[in-house]
Design a protein around this ligand. Sequence first.
Ligand SMILES: *Cc1c(COP(=O)(O)O)cnc(C)c1O
Length: 364
Amino acid sequence: MSRVYNFSAGPSMLPEAVLSRAAAEMLDYGGSGQSVMEMSHRSAVFQSVVDRTEALLRELMGIPEDYAVLFLQGGASTQFAMVPLNLAAGSGRADYVLTGQWAKKAASEGKKLLGEENVHIAGSSADKTFSYIPAEESLSFSPGADYVHICLNNTIYGTLYPYIPDTGDTPLVADISSMILSQPLPVSRFGLLYAGAQKNMGPAGLTVVIGKKALLEASRPGTPTMLQYKTHLDAGSMYNTPPCYAIYICMLVLEWLKSDIGGLGEMEKLNREKAELLYSFLDQSRLFKGTVEKGSRSLMNIPFVTGDKELDGKFVKEAEKAGFVNLKGHRTVGGMRASIYNAMPVEGVRALIEFMKGFEVQNG
Ligand SMILES: *Cc1c(COP(=O)(O)O)cnc(C)c1O
């Protein structure tokens, strides 16, 4: 068996140790005589999976007691609607910072649900095709907004906030889909965090919401039951059938992070090492160059170009033949993008750089 190095932005690589354990436990989980895929979500054995997953997530991320953890479905995209439906229950106004496609999608869902006039754009980096994060001083928050929404790591453009905006008493909401578990995060600075699991914590189908309990109680009139945070808070994420198998794989990923890696501080060191290897290669390359301003570079998603579309295409094709897959940039930006999430080993990044060096010699 030969496995490829998968640089996909999501769904993405999972640690091999996790896949092996899932395979070994497929027919009989913990002596239950069944797969986690087959068991009742109301059974004691499955409840122990959910409890363990939540406990591990709380421990690894240092989630405070007054925050809830919800295991939902619908992807990060459903959160674009749930956030305004639940959190804009006060003034009905919200601020959004536009730093890429996902941030824009979140804002347009906000406009749809709250009305165009009630959504204030507090900052944007659209002027330079989202190649940077706006300086904190340039953000203009509106007084009395119910929340401020940001996208902390911009998967498509490859930017990461180098700071956490200070929004005073206004709750800060962040889409952390493509950076959750990649480094420690001061959870208490946020009112609510959400992430689709398929980038850095497990398979598609699971969405994790971490929110201050007090913020999850209210919702706007007419909000469907399934879209109310309170429904899931009160039912311990068991109002209806949760994404059982995805939660179980997430538990295995969290066990791996804790036991094999040693926590998020150690994970960050490895992620910095990988990103620095690739960025320093790009900074001195005659053929390839990164597209993001230095102070805003993501540790997870690294876009780069040759400056020649045909050559970009040739690179992606040849890389794939050599076992480096999914390096094509997002359809809206072109070029290449290497997503190097937690599960990408340092050797994968080193091997990619060697391959890029060879391509440069032949095509530079
Ligand atoms: C992938 C991604 C999304 C969309 O996630 P779905 O789970 O497919 O809805 C939203 N935001 C960010 C930052 C992403 O990376």
